[in-house]
Write a protein that binds this ligand. Structure first.
Ligand code: XMP
Length: 517
């Protein structure tokens, strides 16, 4: 079995980054909420090392989170980060107090002693940049610990118990603002804990194929293909695992971008030789959307119609025992919420929820353990084309939510497709595609007056959107140079009949959302 690292989550905003860093160094890791970690769960997981995350609570207050004692009794190395360091010290007999010198953002660590975590990067006497975010601090070490680093606000900013292999860092090694942080984590997992670092995408692929075969047996699987990264990788993986036991259904709602539907068919049917039903249901979808302008109504119509059509096609191919889904790790991590209460629905997302029960199918979710960019690596490993694997996210309801506040018609879809294709082509030409999380054009429900040649024009305005993000939950607008925006605008107005004005959307999320609807 590959070596595994358990990350105990106390609710830090950056806990996922710990898992990312550990996995990037070739070690499989999982995040478990602190209140689900018990002696039994730790033993069952069998970690080679345990990392305690940061978190927003204060150890100095009663009833705040603690790590189960099993964590320290497992006989494996433990690294506490920020809140994790504080609770480790408090639980093992040290003391934590509210500091009068809070540190947020960049800080400097004085390296006062050598330590296994610093191996190869930091030396005694050095002064190193780190990233801090704390008010409380450790003021007395538990027995067995020594201090190896301090900062202005934290006398025990880095500590070590070499005998038990327990370590604590007040700063965050998982963020890029601690320049050597990834190496410190690697020193912990590889150097201290002896993890082998053999968790590669190739190894994952072999294991995942094996797992699918065991789960599915001789059963039949159906997979909804959308052309997006996740469903494409699921389909390619399942095909390699179970061949003709897999049927793919591509419900083409007519709301795809330029060339997208053709690409799905040519890659999966022609190149991979996967059994694929391509159902052109654009008339049906556009018919149901006729006259509708409300975003939620549009989303619900598309979601429900999608499920109906998918079910119809699934029955035509003889049904299935399993439904394959591209669920990713961020969707299954149970995050620790300190706010509590139900969150409001901002937008109804579209998926095939409800279908497994309706059709009495079990789920196959081979990507449940992966982050998005790991899915991309797996896709490359499976031989999917780069332009498919590296593609920006695209919403289930497609272009319907990029024609806001107005009726969706074939003409408008065509105008939008052309503008969007020009915009994306220019982004690729400028070499910016991979630095942007998502970029697209939006056809606005407003006509504006222009002058083209000697004539008056009265056409649609469109908006361009491009954002950077790590997970789509928050986003910043992308700061294109003005000449780039000028070039795209020129091309769109000259080449797309129906648009005579272009604007650039510089709203971040929050308060905006990425899509306009
Ligand atoms: P918002 O607009 O909520 O979008 O900031 C966040 C991310 O989610 C995508 N998105 C969707 N994806 N079905 C999807 O599969 C949907 O209904 C849907 N709505 C938005 C959006 O493109 C962005 O990446």
């Amino acid at each position: 079995m590959t070596d595994r690292v358990l990350i105990v989550d106390f609710g830090s905003q950056v806990t996922q980054l710990i898992a990312r860093r550990v996995r990037e160094s070739g070690v499989y890791s999982e995040i478990h909420p602190f209140n689900k970690v018990t002696a039994e769960s730790v033993a069952a997981f069998g970690p080679k090392a345990i990392i305690l995350s940061g978190g927003p609570a204060s150890v100095t207050e009663a009833h705040t989170p603690r790590a189960d004692d099993a964590v320290f009794a497992q006989g494996v190395p433990v690294l506490g980060i920020c809140y994790g360091q504080q609770t480790m010290c408090a639980q093992l007999g040290g003391r934590v107090e509210a500091g009068d010198h809070r540190e947020f953002g960049r800080a400097y660590l004085e390296v006062v002693d050598d330590c296994a975590l610093f191996h190869g990067v930091w030396n005694k006497g050095g002064r190193e940049q780190v990233w801090m975010s704390h008010g409380d601090r450790v003021t007395q070490l538990p027995d067995g610990f020594r201090v190896v680093g301090n900062s202005e606000g934290a006398p025990f900013a880095a500590i070590a118990d070499d005998r038990r292999h327990f370590y604590g860092l007040q700063f965050h090694p998982e963020v890029v603002h601690t320049p050597h942080g990834a190496q410190l984590l690697r020193n912990f997992t590889h150097g201290v804990a002896g993890c082998r670092g053999d968790w590669t995408m190739q190894a994952f692929k072999t294991q995942a194929i094996d797992k699918v075969r065991r789960q599915v047996g001789s059963g039949r699987v159906i997979c909804g293909l959308s052309g997006g990264v996740d469903s494409s990788v699921v389909a390619a993986l399942l095909h390699e695992a179970i061949g003709d036991q897999l049927n793919c259904v591509f419900v083409d709602h007519g709301l795809m971008r330029q060339g997208e539907a053709d690409q799905v068919v040519s890659v999966f049917r022609d190149r991979f030789n996967i059994k694929l039903v391509h159902r052109d249901a654009s008339d049906l979808f556009l018919g149901k959307l006729a006259g509708q302008t409300d975003p939620e109504v549009k989303r619900k119509i598309i979601g429900a119609t999608f499920i109906d059509v998918f079910e119809e096609e699934a029955r035509k191919v003889g049904g299935a025992d399993f439904l394959a889904q591209g669920t990713l790790y961020p969707d299954v991590i149970e995050s620790v919420s300190f706010i509590g209460g139900p969150s409001v629905t901002i937008k109804s997302h579209h998926n095939v929820g409800g279908l497994p029960e309706r059709m009495n199918m079990k789920l196959v979710e081979p990507l449940r353990e992966l982050f998005k960019d790991e899915v991309r690596d797996l896709g490359r490993e499976l031989g999917l084309p780069d332009e498919m694997v590296g593609r920006h996210p695209f919403p289930g309801p497609g272009l319907a939510i990029r024609i806001p506040g107005q009726e969706i018609t074939r003409d408008k879809l065509e105008i939008l497709r052309k503008a969007d294709a020009i915009y994306l082509e220019e982004i690729r030409l400028a070499g910016l595609y991979d630095t942007i999380w998502q970029a697209f054009a939006v056809l606005l429900p407003v006509r504006t007056v222009g002058v083209m040649g000697d004539s008056r024009s009265y056409d649609f305005a469109c908006a361009l959107r491009a954002v950077t993000s790590t997970d789509g939950m928050t986003a910043d607008f992308y700061p294109f140079p003005h000449d780039f925006l000028g070039r795209v605008t020129n091309r769109i107005i000259n080449e797309v009949k129906g648009i005579n004005r272009v604007t650039y959307d510089i709203t971040s999320k929050p308060p905006g959302t990425i899509e306009w609807e």
